[in-house]
Ligand binder design. Structure first.
Ligand SMILES: Cc1cc2nc3c(=O)[nH]c(=O)nc-3n(C[C@H](O)[C@H](O)[C@H](O)COP(=O)(O)OP(=O)(O)OC[C@H]3O[C@@H](n4cnc5c(N)ncnc54)[C@H](O)[C@@H]3O)c2cc1C
Length: 818
């Protein structure tokens, strides 16, 4: 007898693939048992059933790695709980390197694994051959061995999660399709299905490649697009057995996994084949594959034949071509949609859905039940995307690049090639004429550096000092010694307006927001756990109006964070004005001279001190000039109405010519801010760290009795002592190049990780910021920090570093107040 669809449930999960069942399972585990899961076909019939089942633990972020580590624990244990096997086998993984550059990546990987507490061993080619005898190794430079890697059977895993969810109380309805989503007053109310309506407090969109369609039913943007994804299964091969590890040969774009004595041979070709637009996916599409495409598969097959010579004489049993959804940045999409309260998404798994399902399902269930994430999920948070990321043509062109990223060398500063230029500042064409190389952030084209005339403005990727370093160094010198102009138009900008604007900010900000008009304040914004949700500068424009400025990548996230915390009784409205203003940072000891040539405003310290802001005339324009800096020099950020941007930029360059003014880009900013110890959201400031750990207690109004979000947690952290502590460091040698992610050793033992590293031209060596921790787990303080002797491991080579809680450049801040 079939169960009738209930008219009501606390949670409705849409989609019965590996993610949907994992979310339902973990909700039930957390005690939320009134869960209904809807699947339009049968469980796992979408993408899950034809996954190859690789479970690789090491991901690009620590958070991502933690999620997969949990997945492997779960898959190992699930059968004993549910009685249904997941097919999980911890067979280990070998990843081989054909080139020195790849080997450097693998060495860095090994160091990262050490920082993440993951077992990882470097192998010589002969040792790799011992682990994987059927492969050819004479062309290899080396390899790594990850004993924790494994493989699972995706259909069995889904069935096991589903049984676990049912046992916990969840009800699963197959052949039931969500057709509409109810939304009232910005909040989800339920789901309309082809079998009736269900009222629900929470709806979770786990609809895989259909998630964009399902999101649209609620007015929610879920930027993903399908691409065709391929593997073949071979006949049995001598020497291939069930304990054989998973083999990855990323220089040949391929992976190999044992299956019934043969091999699954698949891969991530550099140029993928986008499938139909998300709104054109046929229905029904159940347990379906796409047509074989041997032409497209050739690049993978040729490389597979090279690595596993036995394949020359072995037959192919089956060709799999299945669509999988990919996102614009190769990270999946998780979290509560900013458009609609209680509408959650877990989708766009970029071909690692089996590996991530356990961890992602648990993370989302905790988010739903607890009202917020319990760890740093910034990299996968749905709020990293804006409405413009939902453009299907743009997504189509972008996903062609995404699939191949899995096996491309993750070069430092690698920029996306496809679907660009996208979002342009008003002076984009002028910067291009000035020979800028552009990077992309939140869709914005941003100048990274300027190449001299006659040179190609392009990054030549490498792990060492890249080709642009001398050019960026010249920009750094100009900023420290003369004046430079930075186009920082991509900053996120908001106006918070209304009689209660001050009280909204007092609650949200660590710093005191009750400043007089014309004052600019740097502040953190925390969550209930006292860890960072954002860092911003506030400029009070008038009694009832603040300009809030934050980093380029966080526009949607910051707007959501603020809006959802304005109480119904508070009269305050937040408007995103990012696109209305260009921003030019005019930075350097001669910035005052330069600006004074264009304005009649008095810019001397007495009239316009650090931390103040006012409107000034500048040429024919009227701009807001804010005395603040992210590079550690005397300088002003100019907020310029977009239509005046070209004129202001031209005036600045003309008027500053004899002062040595130069264009400067984001790579120079990165170097300059690190010499000065300035933190960045997403690197040093994340939902995993609090102001005590970040060394930013001075930005917290603890000396007052003003309450603020996270205050109690910060006070507790202060009393208990920091478990991690952010420090500035400078490398003792000018040789190595640091990019962030490097392992820090204290007295020879792993005790930290670099969050950001860059060449500091003023110091003549690399500098950066790193979190330290006590390997014994105790709290750490400045004495503990001072007692250690430190080094960084750069691709396995160890260099001494000096470490301090003070920045190496201008620690007393004389320059910025000059
Ligand atoms: C060839 C290939 C190989 C792969 N290999 C691996 C691998 O080795 N390791 C790995 O980790 N990952 C791998 N993947 C990726 C993995 O398969 C996916 O990331 C994962 O299956 C995605 O799961 P999902 O639950 O998000 O999507 P799906 O499995 O597609 O589930 C979504 C479900 O939602 C249902 N649905 C959609 N709309 C509605 C609606 N309106 N109402 C009700 N139900 C709806 C669909 O029918 C579908 O069943 C591979 C993928 C492919 C294509």
């Amino acid at each position: 007898m079939t169960m009738p669809l209930p008219s009501q449930a606390q949670v409705v999960v849409i989609g019965g693939g590996v993610i949907g069942t994992s979310v339902a399972y973990h909700l039930a585990k957390l005690g939320w048992t009134d869960v209904v899961l809807l699947e339009q076909g049968q469980l796992s019939c979408g993408t899950t059933w034809h996954a190859a089942g690789l479970v690789g633990q090491l991901r690009s972020t620590q958070g991502g790695t933690r999620l997969v580590q949990y997945s492997t624990e779960l898959y190992r244990e699930l059968e004993s709980e549910t009685g249904l096997a997941t097919g999980y086998k911890q067979c280990g993984g070998v990843t081989v390197a054909r080139t020195q550059a790849r080997m450097t990546q693998l060495r860095r990987t090994a160091a990262t694994a050490a920082a993440f507490g993951l077992e990882c061993e470097l192998l010589r080619p002969a040792q790799a051959a011992d682990r994987y005898p059927v492969m050819r190794t004479d062309d290899l430079v080396g390899a790594i061995w990850l004993p924790g890697d494994g493989k699972a059977n995706p259909t069995d895993l889904t069935a096991s999660l589903a049984r676990g969810a049912r046992r916990g109380g969840a009800r699963i309805f197959e052949r039931t399709r969500a057709l509409g989503i109810g939304v009232r007053d910005g909040r989800v109310t339920g789901v309309t299905t082809d079998a009736g309506d269900i009222a629900a407090e929470v709806v979770v969109n786990c609809a895989g490649q259909w998630a964009k369609q399902v999101g649209a039913l609620a007015g929610v943007n879920v930027p993903l697009h399908s691409a065709e994804h391929f593997y073949v299964v071979t006949d049995p091969i001598d020497g291939v057995h069930t304990d054989l590890p998973v083999l990855r040969d990323p220089d040949g774009y391929t992976y190999f996994k044992e299956e019934v004595g043969g091999l699954v041979v698949g891969g991530f070709e550099p140029e993928a084949k986008p499938w139909v637009a998300p709104d054109r996916i046929p229905y029904p599409f159940e347990f379906k594959l796409l047509d074989e495409d041997w032409d497209h598969f050739t690049v993978l097959m040729e490389n597979a034949l090279l690595r596993i010579p036995a394949l020359h004489t072995i037959g192919i049993k089956k060709f799999y071509n299945g669509p999988e959804s990919f996102t614009p940045d190769n990270q999946f999409i998780l979290g509560e949609a900013p458009e609609v309260r209680n509408f959650f998404v877990a989708a766009g798994l970029n071909s690692v859905g089996i590996a991530c399902a356990g961890g992602a399902g648990r993370a989302l269930a905790e988010w739903i039940v607890g009202g917020g994430p319990t760890m740093d999920l910034t990299a996968v948070d749905i709020r990293r995307f804006a409405a413009f990321n939902g453009n299907n043509q743009w997504l189509h062109d972008r996903v062609a690049e995404i699939l191949g990223l899995h096996y491309e060398i993750p070069w430092p500063n690698r920029e996306m090639r496809t679907a660009r230029p996208f979002r342009r500042s008003p002076v984009y064409h002028l910067l291009r004429e000035a020979n800028a190389d552009f990077g992309s952030r939140m869709g914005w084209e941003r100048a990274n550096f300027f190449a001299p005339p006659g040179e190609k403005a392009e990054i030549e990727y490498s792990w060492g000092k890249q080709n642009w370093l001398p050019w960026s160094a010249a920009e750094q010198r100009a900023t420290r010694e003369a004046v430079a102009v930075f186009d920082q138009t991509s900053f996120s900008k908001f106006l918070l307006t209304g009689p209660d604007a001050e009280s909204v900010l007092q609650w949200l900000c660590t710093a005191d927001a009750a400043v007089p008009p014309g004052r600019t304040v740097y502040t953190g914004m925390l969550n209930e756990r006292g860890t960072y949700e954002s860092d911003v500068t506030l400029t009070r424009l008038s009694a009832q109006e603040y300009l809030i400025v934050s980093s380029s990548a966080t526009t949607v996230r910051d707007a959501d964070h603020i809006r959802r915390r304005i109480r119904p009784d508070q009269r305050a409205t937040l408007a995103d004005v990012t696109s209305q203003y260009a921003v030019f940072g005019v930075m350097g000891p001669r910035s005052r001279d330069l600006l004074s040539r264009l304005t009649r405003a008095d810019l001397r310290n007495e009239a316009h001190p650090f931390g103040t802001s006012r409107e000034i005339d500048l040429g024919y324009a009227t701009v807001r000039a804010t005395r603040i800096t992210y590079v550690g020099e005397l300088g002003w950020e100019l907020y310029v109405p977009a239509e005046f941007a070209v004129g202001v930029y031209e005036d600045l360059m003309r008027a500053g010519a004899d002062l040595g003014v130069r264009n400067a880009g984001y790579y120079a900013i990165e170097s300059l801010r690190l010499e000065k110890g300035y933190r960045a959201f997403g690197r040093e400031l994340t939902p995993d760290y609090n102001p005590v750990e970040a060394g930013l207690l001075f930005t917290c109004k603890l000396a007052t009795d003003i309450p603020f979000l996270g205050r109690e947690a910060v006070e507790k952290a202060k009393a208990g002592g920091a478990r991690n502590r952010l420090v500035s460091f400078a490398v003792g040698s000018e040789d190595p190049m640091l990019w962030g992610g490097e392992l820090v050793l204290r007295d020879g033992v792993a005790a930290g990780q670099v969050t950001s590293g860059a060449w500091g031209e003023t110091l003549g060596r690399c500098a950066g910021l790193a979190y330290l921790w006590d390997p014994d787990g105790g709290p750490i303080d400045t004495r503990w920090i001072g007692e250690g002797s430190y080094a960084v491991s750069v691709g396995g080579d160890v260099y001494p570093v000096t470490v301090s809680t003070k920045p190496p450049y201008d620690p007393a801040g004389h320059k910025i107040r000059a």
